[in-house]
Design a protein around this ligand. Structure first.
Ligand code: TXA
Ligand code: MG
Length: 323
């Protein structure tokens, strides 16, 4: 007899379902849940075996550390050393789409695996009612990378999670499409100076209003997830395209005649960010070549162009996993 593993189907995020997801996490299993950025694949961050199961489910390289999600700033301060600059950023942006990479506190119960061998840990207090209710009910920090196979496009709906990881997770809370649609902005520090490790859903300009000019992350890959090919669809991407060529579909932005889909016909970068991953997935399932309109590089455009550049990069290296 053939044994078939049924894919986990989404459960609407009612209070009962959230309580159930919290029990799944407390039992050391994997529960996916919505945040304001993208869906996360959650596990108890203090349970090394549970955290290891995240890496296995995603096919994630062991050198790529995870973000730990917390209920509030007080909870976050128990696990890492906050400089005054880090505290100012947390006060301004938490709860929200900001991740801070900070030195681990000596006595933190967080699994060493969440840091993947580094002496820092990435922390975030999410701003989504379902994520917040789950953190409150689980009463523990939740490690959660984006809920997609390593190297593929991040999920902005429960259906995307089922597509990529449905048979590898124990529970999936469906909270509808995620409002921001881009992962959090990741900020680290070097000798006290703030560094932009990953552009994301909070624009550089907003962060710089608090910190002053952000240094570039430099040549070294300080945020190990920032490898060239990532967010990779199957289709080939051609960026800064004025018009589609033969055999291409066009992912437009602004006034883009001939576009099959448009990230934002009214040139709104926030709307484009929210649409980016879902539209890439849709076009990827129907076309082999995707041309993309030019996207301005200010504001959220920096993060959108970052993801598009990675999606267009040649596919090689450990982040490129078969899907
Ligand atoms: O919006 C988000 O950030 C989503 C939701 C679920 O919260 N999560 C997410 O996680 O995007 P993930 O694992 O896909 O991306 C985490 C990024 C990676 O680029 C990783 O290398 C970096 O954060 N990171 C995590 N811990 C780090 C550390 N200790 N030092 C440097 N970079 C770190
Ligand atoms: Mg990811």
């Amino acid at each position: 007899m053939q044994i078939v593993t049924a894919a986990t189907s989404p459960t609407p995020a009612t209070p009962d379902a959230i309580a159930q997801a919290a029990r799944v996490i407390r039992a050391g299993k994997l529960a996916a849940f919505p945040t304001e950025t993208v869906y996360g694949l959650g596990a108890d961050a203090t349970n090394g075996t549970a955290v290891a199961a995240i890496f296995a489910a995603k096919g994630r390289p062991r050198f790529n550390p995870l973000i730990v999600h917390l209920a509030d700033r007080d909870a976050a301060e128990r696990h890492a050393l906050f400089s005054p600059a880090a505290r100012a950023l947390a006060a301004r942006f938490w709860p929200g789409a900001l991740t801070l990479v900070l030195p681990r506190a000596a006595d933190t119960p967080l699994s060493l695996l969440v840091s993947a061998g580094l002496d820092t840990v990435a922390l975030r207090v999410p701003d989504h009612p379902v994520a917040r209710a789950l953190l409150a009910a689980a009463e523990r920090p939740i490690a959660a990378p984006s809920a997609n196979p390593s190297g593929s496009v991040s999920p902005t709906s429960a259906a995307h999670v089922v597509e990529g990881l449905g048979d590898k997770i124990d529970f999936l809370l469906d909270g509808g499409p995620t409002p921001l649609g881009l992962e959090s902005t990741v900020i680290g520090f070097e000798q006290g100076r703030p560094l932009l490790l990953r552009p994301g859903a909070i624009a550089r300009e907003e962060i710089e209003a608090v910190t002053g000019r952000l240094a570039a992350a430099g040549d070294a890959i300080r945020s190990p997830g920032q490898l060239a090919s990532h967010y990779a669809p199957r289709a080939a991407l051609r960026l800064n395209a004025q018009a589609p060529q033969a055999g291409e579909v066009l992912l437009g932005f602004g006034d883009a005649p001939g576009a099959t889909l448009n990230l934002s016909a009214r040139s709104d970068l926030k709307e484009a960010a929210a649409n980016l991953f879902a539209m890439l997935r849709t076009l990827d399932s129907t076309a082999a070549r995707i041309a993309v309109s030019p996207i301005p590089s200010q504001g959220l455009g920096e993060a959108i162009n970052d993801r598009l550049t990675r999606a267009a990069a040649p596919r090689s290296g450990p982040e490129t996993m078969p899907r």
